[in-house]
Design a protein around this ligand. Sequence first.
Ligand code: DAH
Length: 366
Amino acid sequence: MADAAQAMESSDDLDGLKQGLMAAVAAAANVAVLDEIRVGALGKKGRITEMMKTLGTLTPDARKERGAALNVLKNEIADAIDARQKILAEAALTEKLAHESIDITLSPRPAAEGRVHPISQTIDEIVTIFASMGFEVAKGPDIESEYYNFEALNIPSAHPARDMQSTFFLPAQGADKMVLRTQTSPVQIHTMMNRKPPIRIIAPGRTYRCDYDQTHTPMFHQVEGLVIDEHTHMGHLKGCLLDFLRAFFGIADLPIRFRPSYFPFTEPSAEVDIGCSRKGHELKLGNYGDWLEILGCGMVHPNVLKNCGIDPDKYQGFAFGMGIERIAMLKYGIPDLRTFFEADLRWLKHYGFLPIDIPNPALKNG
Ligand code: DAH
């Protein structure tokens, strides 16, 4: 009887213990609390472990019954702890993910260091405007043969650009004398030799001349333009440059003037002036009655078309070329061309562009 009574008591005990532990496990808010419960019940000195240690004092029958009951309880509690641990781990992961997710509604923040160089920026602006007029970007090599830089462009041997004083000559390669290109115009030749009209390209890039003063450096940049089609005429040339210059400088009524001029590779040729004011010390662009020369252009010379295998009786077109530093200086008020290439970080911080501030000239009312 005594055994039976003890067994009854014990099972009541165990029920109470189980309820208490199960409630504690269900309420555990984190893994640390759960660990405390595990140690308190199943650890070396845990309550269930201690109860197991007392089995030896029981009669064999009572020990068997009590031992089985304790084992069941131990397993139930261990399972409950494991299940709760899984739930807590999942919840922790969900919370972590919610915290770590990227908020794509935030605008990108520019790096505090680093600026876009005004030359890169100006080239981007030029490309953007001409791209909106259907032009592609073409490229050519910096090292050219004399043929591409001069001959094919109808530049006679007596032309001043051929002088040792103004051109960097390089050792000949085979029969061809090589030069650092003095202009981007040879890209016209590469383009016309490699593809059929209609052609509509611009070619921004580096050019080289033996020069060094406030408005010249031995390396500088130009952009060339070329349009070849069956019915292209001077009116297209004028409209195209008018649209470009007004969009680039962001002045909707910027006056443009075409003055007759001479280039060996165009006929007729013109120089283009834009309206400005020189009153006081400051140069201001706009409709003020004064003029500033800005670029050269003309209708592509029939000899140049012939040199590239294009029939001048069927095709014609226009070309233009301008200095990128020059228009960047005018637009952004940079007084000395040499400073573009001095790699002075203070200068770049002043005149350079943060990627986020970059103006988009194609969006202006040109
Ligand atoms: N290549 C000329 C220069 O460097 C600029 C130029 C003038 C380019 C007239 C042209 C053009 O394509 O038609 O001074």
